[in-house]
Design a protein around this ligand. Structure first.
Ligand SMILES: [Zn+2]
Length: 296
């Protein structure tokens, strides 16, 4: 089963959707976001008081953090032209599992996802006219054809596959940086269920046939608009044939094999903060040891 914690509990930040259109910006705090990056410092996401940003650049209302409203604003809302923002992937990898970390993970992930969506939907997909953000930022309206548009996410599946000896499949996608290995993954296609997508992707990429497919949790992954849906599965037979255009290498590893490969640098595993890493740690059973071997 998936480890407790991230994304399995109700959100730490109350989205308070009823406040979206009426939030008092003079009293709100802001998360600054631009191009997949967020304003942060060593302690986590930076929340700026209302006197520090221009209200004309609000992206969306994020919700209530305790008794304070929080909004996302674009970097253009700041007086300086090029504020030092941190890439979301790096930020997610260093946020803690405590209450502050959970809050910051939610605020940063939602801010980046919504910022991407607004940028990509400046025009109506139905008629091509420029769209306008509704108050609160969770909807865009097309004044020409009167369509309302809502934020979308693209489901993707990721599956931790073990063989009958409980070895884990570690695969290297052809477009990844060298030595990076992880689980097989792919996008859902129209007309199939998530489980069918897992079976298809794995068959396409590795020829493996799966049994015991089990849901293992999900994670918003706004790069730019994905929802990662995790599964574990058992391969009926460990023999595989790779689609080398997609997967240039794959290997079955025991826990000791993995530790040795991470220690000698021949395998780099997924960063902390990703569902891929969480599923790897769940199989391995000793997250702290894996982290120390990788140096994180
Ligand atoms: Zn339209």
């Amino acid at each position: 089963m998936i480890s407790p914690g991230s994304f399995a509990q109700p959100m730490r930040v109350d989205r308070a959707a009823h406040r979206r259109a009426s939030v008092d910006l003079d009293q709100a705090l802001a998360v600054v976001v631009a191009d997949g990056r967020v304003l942060a410092d060593a302690s986590g996401v930076t929340l700026l008081g209302a006197d520090a940003w221009d209200q004309a650049h609000v992206v969306c209302y994020l919700g209530r953090d305790g008794d304070r409203d929080v909004v996302a604003v674009s970097a253009a809302a700041l007086p300086e032209s090029d504020p030092p923002l941190e890439p979301l992937r790096a930020l997610l990898g260093r946020l803690g599992a405590d209450d502050r970390g959970e809050r910051d993970r939610e605020l940063a992930t939602t801010a980046v996802a919504m910022s991407h969506w607004h940028q990509a939907h400046a025009r109506c997909p139905r008629c091509g006219a420029p769209t306008e953000a509704a108050p609160g930022g969770w909807q865009r309206r097309c004044p020409a054809c009167e369509r309302d548009h809502y934020p979308r996410t693209d489901p993707a599946v990721i599956v931790a596959i073990t063989d009958p000896d409980d070895r884990l499949l570690m695969a290297h996608a052809s477009y990844w940086s060298p030595r990076r290995y992880s689980h097989l993954a792919g996008y859902l296609e129209p007309g199939e269920s998530l489980e069918q997508a897992v079976h298809r992707e794995v068959a396409e990429e590795s020829s493996l046939k799966l049994t015991n497919l089990t849901y293992a949790g999900s994670q918003p992954w706004p790069f730019p608009a994905s929802m990662m849906v995790g599964y574990t599965a058992r391969a009926t037979d460990p023999a595989f044939t790779l689609d080398l255009d997609e997967i240039s290498d794959a290997r079955w590893v025991t826990r000791v094999d993995l530790e040795e490969a991470v220690a000698d640098g021949s395998i780099i595993v997924a960063p902390r903060g990703s569902i891929a890493r969480r599923m790897l740690e769940d199989w391995h059973g000793d997250a702290a040891r894996l982290g120390s071997l990788q140096g994180d």
